[in-house]
Design a binder for this molecule. Structure first.
Ligand code: 13P
Length: 259
């Protein structure tokens, strides 16, 4: 069995008001209690407007779900209208921060350089980055998948120490699989996760390679999760659409339990 504890994360994207988010997290708590627990770590990533409400519910009800954010700025404070700093998130009890999601890279101009600054700022604030990498359909068809994702990994992790790399989470999210209902095959997800782990080992050493958790993301649901997360180098899932349904998300968590 893998020494790494699987992490299943729900990326709620730009869905759920803070009132709806409270309901979803309460239902999720109920759904998780009826399923297998403990062996799988769970995080939810609400919109910034719902973080405080979700944190209050998680704390009050002692729900064993980690609080996550979907993005962060790299400065601790300053004249950055509309941005949210790592210090602000850490103070709210946020443990995981998604950085470099392809929706931000593709539609909001996020560069490799920004992703690197955000990732290091997240570590500096004592939180764990979930660093997203993934290829387009054209890049996959051209046989460039590993080159693209390993390039994104090196750019995102530039300047990171081996001990920091060991506690990172990397999410392999093929862009063509996000929100499309198309998933990578378990064999493809395994091949890319293995290539990412080898790349971490070559640059940051064997301890980092053994410690880094690699999630798969892209149309994960309760039916396909067990096969994807069952792969030896896949240590959990980053779930979009299915994470909005507490029962479906709890089933993904159950499917991620090590066997
Ligand atoms: P879907 O699960 O909706 O395809 O989204 C995946 C994703 O982008 C998670 O970050």
């Amino acid at each position: 069995m893998s020494p790494r504890r699987p992490l299943v994360s729900g990326n709620w994207k730009m869905h759920l008001t803070h009132l709806e988010a409270i309901q979803v997290v309460q239902k999720l708590s109920y759904a998780l209690e009826r399923g297998p627990q403990g062996a799988v770590e769970v995080s939810v990533h609400p919109a910034f407007t719902a973080l405080r409400s979700v944190q209050t519910v998680l704390d009050a009800d002692e729900i064993s779900v980690a609080l996550g954010a979907q993005d962060v700025h790299w400065e601790d404070s300053g004249p950055w209208t509309g941005e949210v700093s790592p210090v602000m998130l850490a103070k709210l009890g946020v443990r995981y921060v998604i950085v470099g999601h392809s929706e931000r890279r593709q539609h909001l101009g996020e560069t490799d350089g920004w992703v690197n600054r955000k990732l290091r700022a997240t570590l500096r604030a004592g939180m764990t980055p979930i660093c997203c990498v993934g290829e387009t359909a054209e890049q996959r068809d051209a046989g460039r998948t590993e080159e693209v994702v390993v390039g994104q990994l090196h750019a995102a992790l530039a300047g990171v120490e081996p001990a920091e790399a060991a506690r990172l989470v990397v999410a392999y999210e093929p862009i063509w699989a996000i929100g499309t209902g198309r998933t990578a095959t378990p064999a493809d997800a395994q091949a890319v996760a293995a290539a990412l782990r080898v790349a971490v080992g070559e640059r940051w050493g064997p301890d980092a390679a053994g410690g880094v958790r690699i999630q798969y993301g892209g149309s994960v649901n309760e039916r396909n999760a067990a096969d994807l997360v069952g792969q030896p180098d896949v240590d959990g899932a980053l779930v979009g659409g299915a994470s909005l349904d507490p029962v479906a998300f709890a089933a993904v968590v159950a499917a991620a339990r090590p066997r």
